[in-house]
Design a protein around this ligand. Structure first.
Ligand code: CU
Length: 106
């Protein structure tokens, strides 16, 4: 084997090893989603926030009353304090965000 061919071969091996090592760093942690049910305690359109007295959301959190940021303040239009709702919750990077909300089926 000529020296140049050997060099090319070891460079290829080094490149392949570097690509393999770089792969796990590219995998971004995916968000977790859940659907919750509860009652509206407060609505804050200005701060795009809703406070919900919600039941257990399997895999995300137990029952409690807490404020949630909403992804779009328009989601709060037409909702009323005291209303029973169903909502879509996303958990990503330690943050809980309401991505959708609708009156609960009677
Ligand atoms: Cu909660």
């Amino acid at each position: 084997m000529q020296p140049s061919a050997r060099l090319v071969r070891s460079l290829r091996l080094a490149l392949a090893a570097a690509l393999l090592l770089a792969l796990p760093a590219c995998a971004e942690q995916a968000g977790q989603n859940g659907i919750g049910q509860g009652r509206i305690v407060a609505i804050d359109v200005e701060n795009a926030e809703i406070t919900l007295d919600h039941g257990d959301i399997p895999g995300l959190m137990e029952a409690m009353t807490m404020p949630f940021p909403v992804s779009d303040p328009k989601l709060l239009e037409g909702l009323q304090v005291g209303q029973q709702v169903e909502f879509d919750l996303e958990h990503r990077g330690g943050m809980y965000t309401v991505k959708g909300i609708r009156p609960a089926a009677p």
